[in-house]
Design a protein around this ligand. Structure first.
Ligand code: ATP
Ligand code: ZN
Ligand code: ZN
Length: 799
């Protein structure tokens, strides 16, 4: 008797442990860990993941049987099953949400499956399953147990394939195809019987001669000059057999030219050598690769990946959200071709599924992707790279609140391979670890070919604004004219972090606020609405002030649209491209803008954070930052770090090739150290200064942190529950732990829920884990009264 241990899809703390279910006889030896199953739980029908098969139950009572299998092959491999257990524990989340997070979007929902015969014989042999068709919906209800067992067996033998019937777009595409049935020596005989002018048939035989046994998409054959009538004749004469072939969606929009490895400079060579030794020796070091902007980090990644592939292993490379992908993915593909799979948020569910499938089946050996790609089902990983390791998109904001770096390190340990964290401006955490020798430190201190870092100047907008009201300072405007004259390119960054345009009445000061949240509404000119970015509330833009009926109700703040208008007015001959959420909504538009700018078909690229990182355009000699300090006002201990990183990154886009680059930073805080040190691009001094600030303020990396957030529909209830938690923490933690709060969050009310938080700062708290786990267990009971508790281990901010 076999028993399946199942993690059920009921997000409660208790269900982090598996439940036992009997495996019915007809499924003996067919159920494998990593498959999803349907089971009864109480009187509900739910799904779950099989995590183990045992012969003893964890429980004495009578076991319920598994109702049916959802997957016919595992969707989570052994490594990821183990990872889920670690991750649930580490992030104070449910194992079920960890497992679900690992699957590509389209597979997370309950979906239909189709069975596809890969051999004709099975269609005829199992009419009860196939009803004479090559492809059928897999409908558990209409099959008897014997047939289900058979299906599983055939799947394992590779005689049938299972496809997930995703939503319409996500569906695997099966297309009409023909399989070559002739042996090479039969071709001449057949050719003799063909009329001289039957070009289509002659062409078909020609193709069959070159590719015996292969299956071709009909579209490929017709494109090659085989007519449909020739195909019909060929089918009748037994040359080819009609069948279906899967069309793999190709998310790579354009073909790329192949590139060969560059000759490395000495620093690059040293870095590659050290990484490669680790790859060969299966050592599990973490490297911090700190290289100034334009120092050629990407080439180091590429040559290390090549080495991992040479040793027969695979490689995983993570990049921040789509900002980087078009250029970097292009570079990786041009080196490694079709071995590359790409996973990012701009893919459709179907594309993501296809890519996942290519990785899972071992076809793709190199995966490039954003945060969630850290769960790519790659086997035998030889190297993991995290580019721009300081980027905040590597931390997931929702449950499970994982840090990609930590997951990567876990997988590297499992696979006995190194991790490379790369950045021009490493996070303080990583740099501090490198200083302590926990990470190995590699540096690329110079730009490629000894190009100079750009010259940065700072414009004090307080004095500037006193003279004239304009988004562009005189100095920046003059520099733009200068570059336009020289036919060089310009990047203008509008720092939108914590910054948006809102409406205010000039007479009474009224600002429209969201009815559900404690936040002012944002003006969206394209839809002519005021939107709440927290709950989605929308309302029309009023033309008179609802409070005093004045008509002088105006926009404040600058949007990228407004900046574009102003730049076009001031420089009417300049060709301007804008890149922000609005202009990149359509698929492929991001690449299109980058291509156009790269081909110098535009002079000015302006936009939000999207243009700050990773771009490598040799003709850019001026970078302007419109509002450097909009993040500095945030009540966030990382705001200086973020500002410094952003300014250094965006400055690094200037003067990357032979022409010397300049940068102009407009700011209201010209004396702030983050801005002053970004001027000299002096990471070393920034690191030293900021470490002192963190030390004095008892912040990371000197202290570990945890954020507890509670919310409920009643402010009183939220507050009193959080005070209860505070008492519990004080009773269980040591005197050294610093507990801040509970305080209302910066935006206390969101969607009519009131949020309070507690921050814990600590250096060593052996009881912390147990205490927090207990709080989570207790919170399950309180949930009935509408209170939610979330625990964020090492939060990105304290807001
Ligand atoms: N060894 C080399 N010889 C010649 N050119 C090189 C070499 N290595 C890199 N390059 C070129 O130098 C440029 C900058 O390299 P890359 O974009 O990798 O820098 P980076 O360190 O990733 O910079 P950033 O952090 O600013 O994105 C690229 O155009 C790249 O092709
Ligand atoms: Zn008013
Ligand atoms: Zn709202």
């Amino acid at each position: 008797m076999q028993i399946a241990q199942v993690i059920v899809d009921i997000p409660t703390r208790q269900t982090n442990n598996p439940y036992s279910y009997l495996i019915p006889d007809y499924l003996t030896d067919q159920v494998v860990p990593g498959m999803r199953v349907a089971v009864s739980f109480g009187n509900r029908k739910i799904t779950g993941f099989v995590v183990a098969i045992t012969d003893k139950a964890a429980f004495d009572g009578k076991l319920k049987p598994i109702d049916s299998l959802i997957d016919l092959a595992p969707v989570i491999n052994k490594e990821l099953l183990q990872l889920a257990t670690w991750m649930a524990d580490k992030t104070y989340s449910f194992k079920i949400s960890c497992l679900q997070t690992m699957l590509p979007g389209g597979m997370r929902t309950k979906n239909q499956k189709r069975l596809i015969a890969t051999e004709d014989s099975v269609v005829a042999a199992y009419p009860k399953i196939f009803h004479g068709q090559h492809e059928v919906d897999y409908n558990r209800q209409s099959l008897d147990n014997q047939s289900v067992t058979k299906v599983l067996e055939l799947e394992r033998q590779g005689k049938i394939r299972v496809e997930y019937n995703l939503t319409k777009h996500a569906r695997p595409i099966m297309m009409k195809a023909y399989q070559a049935m002739l042996k090479p020596d039969q071709i001449s005989g057949e050719l003799a019987g063909v009329r001289k002018n039957a070009n289509g048939q002659i062409r078909l035989l020609d193709i069959l001669r070159q590719h015996p046994g292969e299956t071709f998409l009909q579209s490929k054959l017709t494109a090659a000059g085989v007519t449909t009538s020739a195909l019909k004749t060929g089918e009748q004469k037994g040359w080819v057999k009609a069948t279906l072939k899967r069309h793999v969606r190709n998310p790579f929009l354009r073909p790329v030219a192949h590139t060969t490895p560059l000759h490395l400079n000495a620093d690059q060579q040293k870095a590659v050598d050290q990484i490669n030794i680790d790859v060969s020796d299966r050592k599990n070091d973490v490297f911090l690769l700190e290289g100034v902007t334009g120092s050629g980090k990407t080439e180091v990644y590429l040559q290390s990946i090549a080495h991992a592939l040479e040793t027969g292993r695979t490689a995983l490379m993570l990049v921040p959200e789509i900002t980087l992908t078009p250029q970097i993915v292009g570079r990786i593909r041009s080196r490694f071709g079709d071995q590359v799979a790409m996973l990012h948020s701009a893919l459709s569910n179907g594309e993501r599924y296809d890519e996942w499938q290519r990785i899972n089946s071992g076809q793709a050996k190199v995966v490039v992707g954003v945060r969630s790609a850290v769960f790519a089902p790659l086997d035998n990983i030889g190297l993991i790279i995290i580019d721009e390791e300081h980027d905040s998109s590597y931390k997931q904001a929702d449950n499970p609140r994982y840090q990609t770096r930590d997951v990567a390190k876990w997988r590297a340990a499992y696979n006995h391979c190194p991790v490379v964290l790369g950045s021009a401006t490493p996070s303080l955490e990583s740099r501090a670890r490198a200083m302590k020798g926990v990470y190995r430190f590699l540096t690329l201190p110079e730009r490629i070919n000894h190009h100079a870092l750009p010259h940065v100047s700072i414009v004090d907008m307080k004095t500037e604004m006193a003279q004239h009201q304009s988004i562009l300072s005189n100095q920046l405007a003059n520099a733009i004219s200068d570059r336009l004259e020289k036919h060089e390119q310009i990047i203008l960054l509008l720092n939108r972090r914590g910054y948006s345009s809102f409406l205010m009445c000039r007479d009474c000061g009224y600002v429209p606020k969201c009815p559900n949240c404690d936040i002012s509404l944002t003006v969206h000119k394209d839809t002519h609405t005021l939107d709440c970015h927290y709950c989605g509330h929308k309302e029309p833009i009023p033309s008179v002030c609802p409070q005093c009926h004045s008509k002088r109700i105006r926009f404040y703040g600058v949007g990228s649209q407004q900046l574009e208008e102003q730049v076009r007015n001031q420089f009417p001959t300049a060709r301007v491209l804008r890149m922000d959420v609005d202009t990149t909504r359509r698929k492929g538009s991001h690449e299109a803008i980058i291509d156009k700018f790269g081909a110098h078909k535009a002079d000015i690229l302006l936009g939000t954070q999207m243009i700050a990182k990773g771009l490598d355009f040799p003709e850019v000699t001026l970078v302007g930052v419109l509002n450097a300090d909009s993040a500095l006002q945030f009540p966030d201990f990382r705001s200086s770090e973020r500002t410094f990183q952003l300014l250094t990154q965006v400055s690094g886009r200037s003067g990357r090739a032979d022409k010397v680059g300049g940068v102009i930073i407009q700011t209201f805080n010209p004396d702030h150290y983050a801005i002053q040190l970004a001027k000299t691009q002096d990471y070393e001094r920034f690191y030293a200064t900021e470490m002192r600030v963190r030390h004095d303020g008892k912040y990371p990396p000197y202290y570990f942190t945890v954020k507890l957030t509670g919310n409920s529909p009643s402010e009183n209830q939220t507050a009193s529950e959080m005070f209860g938690i505070l008492t519990f923490l004080k009773d269980n933690l040591s005197k050294q732990a610093i507990i801040l709060g509970p305080t209302p969050k910066a935006i206390t009310r969101i969607n009519n829920q009131y949020y309070y938080q507690i921050i814990i700062k600590y250096r060593k708290e052996p009881n912390l884990k147990k205490t927090l786990d207990q709080i989570l267990v207790d919170s399950q009971k309180k949930q009935r009264h509408g209170l939610q508790i979330a625990i964020d281990n090492e939060p990105l901010d304290f807001m």
